[in-house]
Design a binder for this molecule. Structure first.
Ligand code: ADP
Length: 720
């Protein structure tokens, strides 16, 4: 028998491959190695060892890479993620190894600092260098560029004792957070202290514990979970705070800074390679102690993770829908279990799944029932659009216009919420009835006035807005139908010509920096009326905002998503919760055509319990989560007949099992996407069924022909 190393590569492979280990090479699990894969020498990770007799065809490991190994916990987490989500181990490892270069130590750079000497009679060039502010310590190139001098000046200035030269790592470590810094300018309330103490006690146990931090909007959940973070930091551990992508705002980061006296390491999709490399390396060696990141931060190689916080745990953006399909909230719970760490799920509108776990005692339930100090909850009311019809071609009813007027007259701010980008969601020809469609996708083109284009929101396809109908060629007959944020902003600017109005949506706000700037402008009162999409919903505090108008409350109820009611309720509680943050009372009005819908009735009555009870009983009758489990199979092919044929084959390959019900195949709501015809199957399982195992066994019976794609989605959230 020969000892063989199993090596997993960060590529689309289902499992590790076997390799011989050269005699002198001492390998351990988690080590990085180079080994031949195809014609290449590829970086992989030692996943385990086995004894084998037949080793004739095996190749040898080529090189043991001297780098800190991955710890066993992460290996187990990769395995779990792959198993649970029915996906390839190698693809999950690729999420962990996002930054190969991070395995190398940081290269050094040469930096300069002024020595403080400033003799008289300096040359103009030297003066310019020494008068640079906010740049030190800096590299030669940066200084030369900023001061408009040649870099040779820096050498002579160093010789003359005006500058000092030293080397430092290119990627500096993050300043350590100080758990006892306490830079806040307010005291926590007794209820907040109590909640914080409960979470701290869980962190102290250094074992797997899940807590649901369930507190109304603005109750101080962030402050409370930062106390739990302080506890983990005191114990020398690392803390990961997951936030919905867009919530990485300046204001949010400032609060971490104030609490711990140091900037946290950040991780999100808009980061450049250099920043990624730095964070990865520092997390891996355990020196980055506090990390704030979007969902993929969960796959960073923490050395000693003691706490994960999932802020806004109900948020849909924790679900990754492409590549490896996974839900970061659920995977965070597993990650904590493997690390023997605590996990805090925080939300004002917890998912029914988490709430059920908290009520059954599986999770600790920590409740913050009120806002601190004088801040009160906003008053929420409905506007029945059948009764209060907006004028023709308009979208705001009189009560909403009055609400904005009142807020502005008091010197406060107003916000209008509509989760629709662009000017109009549909462009129709008045002459022939044609609706402009995306060329290879089943969706309408959206009119964007700012850019003058017609855009497909599913694929990003766009074209200049035509002047004539592409079908009947009539000039000037194309008409926008329905509102997007741009159109609402236009209406508002006609109604309030002197108001400072801003639109906040992903296409107008651009990069994270631009978003932060706009959020800061809103917080400081430089904007009177903000018109925004879901970007405005998440975790922002605007102290002068006292009125929120929801332009179309019904929007998220369509689409056949089983969570439509829950999502509508959550989103609108969050939107309304932006109002009345400080000592000014807030008000929210929701425009709807369905004032009797249970989600709206509950919103207006502030009856969360009533809504939850109604929603849960409906789910129980239908056997939907949390009373049953769901999975989906999504199939796509360039040809409709082939998609149908393959979908039938997939269905026929389904293993027989108790407690499983299969619905479909049927056409996906977006039937054609980028030229591919899409079909879906929905699998409903009773709670006792191990659904992942069932789906794995089903998947193993399917061979997709060339050019046909299929993916398994465990616990599907969107039903696109
Ligand atoms: P949540 O996350 O529950 O929505 P936050 O933690 O964001 O609430 O707090 C809402 C706002 O109230 C923040 O601006 C925060 O600084 C402030 N705040 C929280 N606790 C207190 C307190 N005890 N006293 C004064 N202000 C507080």
């Amino acid at each position: 028998m020969v000892k063989i190393a199993k090596i997993l590569f960060p590529v689309a492979v289902p499992e590790p491959f076997d390799y011989l280990v050269p005699d002198k090479m001492k390998l351990s699990i988690g080590d990085f190695v180079y080994a031949p894969l195809g014609t290449q020498s590829k970086l992989g990770v030692v996943w385990g060892f086995v004894e084998r007799e037949d080793t004739k065809k095996l190749k040898q490991v080529l090189e043991h890479k001297r780098a800190r190994p991955l710890n066993p916990e992460i290996l187990k987490f990769v395995n779990f993620t792959a198993q649970y989500n029915c996906t390839l181990q190698g693809s999950v490892l690729r999420m962990v190894l996002r930054s190969h270069k991070a395995l190398e130590p940081s290269p050094d750079v040469t930096l300069y600092n002024p020595t403080g000497q400033r003799p008289s009679g300096l040359s103009a060039a030297r003066k310019r260098v020494l008068s640079l502010a906010d740049i030190w310590p800096a590299r030669a190139g940066e200084i030369a560029k900023a001061a408009g001098v040649s870099s040779s000046v820096l050498g002579t200035m160093t010789k003359a004792g005006l500058l000092e030269r030293f080397t430092a790592p290119l990627d500096p470590p993050f300043a350590p957070p100080n758990p006892d810094h306490e830079g806040r300018d307010f005291e926590l309330t007794p209820k907040q202290i109590n909640a914080g103490a409960k979470l701290q006690a869980l962190v102290q146990q250094k074992s797997f514990n899940v807590a649901l931090l369930d507190g109304v909007t603005g109750s101080g959940k962030t402050e409370v979970y930062l106390e739990a973070a302080a506890q983990a930091l005191r114990a020398g551990g690392q803390v990961l705070i997951l936030v919905p992508e867009i919530a990485l705002t300046q204001a949010g980061l400032k609060r971490f800074f104030e609490r711990f006296g140091a900037e946290p390491a950040q991780w999100h999709s808009a980061m450049g390679d250099a920043a990624r490399r730095r964070v990865w390396r520092e997390v891996h060696n355990g020196r980055a102690r506090l990390v704030v990141g979007a969902r993929s931060a969960l796959y960073l190689p923490f050395a000693d993770l003691q706490l994960i916080v999932v802020d806004e745990e109900h948020d849909g953006s924790y679900k990754q829908e492409e590549g490896v399909i996974y839900n970061a909230r659920d995977m965070a719970v597993m990650r904590s279990k493997l690390a023997g760490a605590a996990v805090v799920l925080a939300s004002a509108t917890p998912s029914l799944e988490s709430l059920t776990n908290a009520r059954s005692g599986r999770y600790h339930h920590v409740i913050l029932p009120e806002r601190p100090g004088a801040a009160t909850m906003p008053d929420v009311a409905l506007v029945d659009l059948k009764e209060h019809k907006p004028d023709a071609g308009r979208f705001l009813s009189k009560p909403v216009i009055d609400g904005v007027t009142e807020a502005l007259s008091k010197g406060d701010q107003a916000m209008l919420y509509l989760n629709r980008r662009g000017f109009a969601p549909l462009i129709m020809c008045r002459a022939c009835g044609e609706r402009l469609k995306s060329p290879d996708t089943d969706s309408w083109l959206v009119q964007h006035k700012r850019t003058g284009r017609a855009v497909c929101h599913h694929t990003g396809y766009s074209m200049p807005m035509p002047t004539a109908c592409p079908e009947c060629k009539t000039e000037g007959a194309l008409t926008p139908v329905g509102p997007g944020v741009e159109r609402v902003a236009e209406e508002v600017s006609e109604l309030f010509p002197n108001a400072r109005i801003e639109i906040l949506s992903s296409d107008t706000a651009g990069n994270p920096q631009a978003i932060r700037t706009r959020m800061a402008a809103m917080a400081s009162g430089e904007i009177d009326i903000m018109v925004g999409t879901q970007m405005v919903v998440k975790g922002h505090n605007f102290p002068h905002l006292t009125f929120v108008g929801v332009v179309d409350g019904d929007l998220s109820l369509g689409g056949g998503d089983l969570r439509a009611g829950e999502r509508t309720y959550q989103t609108l509680v969050q939107v309304a919760g932006r109002a009345g943050r400080a000592d000014k009372p807030g008000r929210a009005l929701i425009q709807t055509h369905m004032p009797d819908h249970e989600a709206f009735v509950a919103l207006a009555a502030g009856d969360r319990e009533g809504f939850i009870a109604a929603e849960l009983s409906m789910r129980e009758i239908l056997g939907l989560p949390p009373y049953g489990r769901l999975a989906a199979i999504i199939i796509s092919a360039t040809d409709a007949a082939k998609a149908n044929e393959f979908a039938r084959k997939v269905l026929n390959a389904a293993p027989r099992a108790e407690g499983i019900e299969i619905l479909g195949p049927s056409e996906a709501p977006i039937t054609i996407l980028r030229g591919r015809h899409r079909r879906r199957l929905l699998i409903k399982a009773e709670p006792k069924v191990n659904l992942s195992a069932y789906m794995r066994s089903w998947k193993s019976r399917i061979r997709a022909p060339h050019k046909i794609k299929f993916a398994v989605d465990i616990d599907p959230q969107g039903f696109m």
